[in-house]
Design a protein around this ligand. Structure first.
Ligand code: CP
Length: 317
């Protein structure tokens, strides 16, 4: 396994602040773990004796399951906590819950939370444990960005000099934020196609190329990423109705074939067929949705490894 010139931090709270080399180190390590998923016995002893707490205080299918599978494939002991069934339902605070968990000496706590900054708060209290952000509110989703990057790198052979076009609700998307930071760090260009109520001026100020129609935004795209309308965050009505949105912004095979015929499509999920993306696209040849899910396990194995036992190995310059 290659060593990174720059040490990784104790925690993985976001993509912001990671260097090109650190991102490549996560991806290279994940590639080495992909093979474990192809074995008949999908288990290696790497994290035997380590304890990982998966604390999912907001709904999740992909991230929660893949972190648990990743921990088990590495032979770690994994424990799952959700808000339902924990003493947080009796009024215990997040901090008191976390400090209680720390007394049981976990090596890593993986946390998803609806409030932006929650894992950062936890990291300031749990000094002996690695905190892994599994998606915090409207802020970041670093492991999703890493698995998206691994998927693009494996499909197209590079992560630089690409035009990556996001379609949909970037305003409420932590995936968009983490993906954007990663792609720009590695030298690719980020576009956004969305209604003006979503693609606000802040996006232009952040260097995103903004389009209000599919035709001009899709032209020249190497990768198209579908973003879900996130009704669960903020109560704002960004579009008159979802059917109106879908008439103008649903990703269809006709549009892709016409404006970016060679592009690949990512859908971080969950997605709603027929609203953000058509079934023809999601089930078609240019879709890498299932690869994303599979790569999610390897990326999370890499993150758990690098932030627990990996920190005990020496890093070469
Ligand atoms: N992409 C993603 O984070 O999916 P889940 O909410 O199902 O974990």
């Amino acid at each position: 396994m290659k060593h990174c010139g720059e040490k990784l931090g104790q925690h993985l709270l976001g993509i912001a602040g990671l260097s090109k080399e650190q991102i490549a180190y996560y991806l290279d390590t994940a590639e080495t773990f992909l093979e474990v998923g192809t074995r008949s016995v999908k288990k290696v002893p790497t994290l035997r004796g380590k304890t990982i707490v998966n604390m999912f205080l907001e709904d999740s299918t992909r991230t929660r399951t893949s972190f648990e599978i990743a921990g088990k494939r590495l032979s770690a002991d994994t424990v799952n906590i959700s808000s339902k069934g924990s003493s947080m339902n009796k009024g215990e605070t997040l901090i008191d819950t976390a400090v209680t968990l720390q007394c049981m000496q976990p090596d890593a706590v993986v946390m998803r939370h609806a409030s932006s900054g929650s894992p950062h708060l936890l990291a300031s209290y749990l000094t002996d444990t690695a905190i892994i952000n599994a998606g915090d509110g409207l802020h970041e989703h670093p492991t999703q960005a890493l698995l998206d990057a691994l998927t693009v790198r494996k499909a197209l052979g590079r992560l630089n000099d690409l035009v990556v076009t996001f379609v949909g609700d970037a305003y409420r998307s932590r995936v968009f934020r983490s993906d954007k930071i990663l792609l720009e760090t590695l030298g690719s260009k980020v576009r956004l196609i969305a209604p003006p109520t979503i693609a606000k001026n802040e996006f232009k100020d952040l260097g995103v190329e903004v389009f209000f129609d599919m035709e001009s935004g899709l032209k020249g795209s190497d990768v198209v990423v579908s973003l879900r309308m996130k009704h669960e965050y903020l109560n704002d009505c960004f579009v008159p109705s979802l059917s109106e949105y879908s008439r103008r912004f649903c990703i269809t095979e006709n549009l892709l074939a016409k404006y970016c015929p060679d592009c690949i499509v990512l859908a971080p999920g969950p997605f709603v067929r027929g609203t953000e993306i058509s079934s023809e696209v999601i089930d078609g040849n240019r879709s890498f949705y299932t690869d994303q899910v599979a790569h999610g396990v390897a990326v999370r194995m890499a993150v758990l490894y690098l932030h627990t036992i990996g920190k005990e190995v020496s890093y070469e310059v």
